[in-house]
Design a binder for this molecule. Sequence first.
Ligand code: GDP
Ligand code: IMO
Ligand code: MG
Length: 426
Amino acid sequence: MPATILVGSQWGDEGKGKITDFLAERADVVVRSQGGNNAGHTVIAGEEEYKLHLIPSGILSEKCLNIVGNGVVVDLEVLLSEMDQLKERGVSFDRFYLSDRAHLIMPYHKILDGLEEEAKGDAKIGTTKRGIGPAYADKVSRVGIRVCDLMDFSEFERKVAQVVKQKNVLLTKVFEKEPLDAAEIIAAFKGLAERIRPYVADTSLLLSEALRQGKNVLFEGAQAVHLDIDHGTYPFVTSSSPVSGGALTGTGVGPTSIDRVLGVAKAYTTRVGAGPFPTELFDGTGEELRRVGGEFGVTTGRPRRCGWLDAVLLRYSVRVAGMTDLALTKLDVLDGFDEIKICVGYRCGEEELTEFPASLARMEGSRPIYETLPGWKTDISGCRSFEELPENAKRYIARIEELTGAGVSVVAVGPKRDQTIVRKEF
Ligand code: GDP
Ligand code: IMO
Ligand code: MG
């Protein structure tokens, strides 16, 4: 496994944390490249469950270097408290680094995330309200505050005072709220700056050194292709680039270093927040998927919307992220179903769509076209090799491969580390 980019293939929560932790055994470096603490990645190691938001899921591996890259937006308070909680559980941060070019989520970003959502009324996106969108917007508007600014505190003070002045106009004149006190914000960051200082580095340099030495580097994606700012169901997306390209710009590594792209796909589909979801089920089957799959958000606790696997959506992800392989997770959740459906197209009036349209208006009123496969009605959570899987489960996997054009190299049959079948070695 030289340099592998791991990408979510649907709308997030596919089990990227579990697969990253599993592959971390073979990796020397695990790096996060985008998103922030809108992510919630679950890792189960032995009897211990960890819910990671900003810390890469390689942190539980003894030898791995863990990096938060420049493309991540960092809520420093959240990062430090996540580190503290993990340290209390015996996790070492000796090999942890934060990019000096990463942007900070500031208090006004969180306030504005809430206010902007409220102002949208019925058109709200259903964000995690962690300040992600406003932080990325400031980065692109060139008024963001970076980790390197914080390391030079007088520069930090100057920039924050300037931006707060601008934000206060927005807060008071547009949203009719109280202004913020820049001095208070600056003071709160003083202590945080000193606590994070030992971990700050030029992480692109660390990565290029590791790659030059032939080390195995795993890029842990957050969110997913259909939440991507360019390729997702815009505007119901996050504000970063979870596709493979984002892993490069978000870490300062060039495309020539990458050997493979592993898409993580759930054996069915879920989505948190608003936006189109063609195969969403509103009946007992949807309820059953939510119950058996434990489909509640790791970050916000919201119930996830559930539905059958959408092969059109998945084929799109394979294409735009250049996925070379798929890791199919939560196959065990389908154990009890008599029949399993796969969406192979959409009926849109008289038209049949075989590709996901750009316009969400076109998606409205269209219905999924399903293919039905027989279930396997067997507990597969104890299977440890592909051969042990029931024939109907193998048939389901083969059909996914045919429909998406990508091979399924990894199959997860439960949340634990050892409940993972590797079909093609990394
Ligand atoms: P991520 O955001 O992509 O890392 O995924 P989440 O952690 O938000 O959600 C995935 C959930 O499914 C977590 O509760 C995992 O423990 C669980 N999970 C991962 N893989 C499997 C699997 O193969 N089977 C089952 N039953 N649960 C799984
Ligand atoms: P992981 O990495 C699922 C969704 C939110 C909302 C939209 C925009 O755990 O898969 P944001 O706060 O990013 O501006 O919200 O994106 N969203 C996720 N959904 N998993 C995630 O991360 C998500 N991160 C953001 O629910 O619909
Ligand atoms: Mg998640």
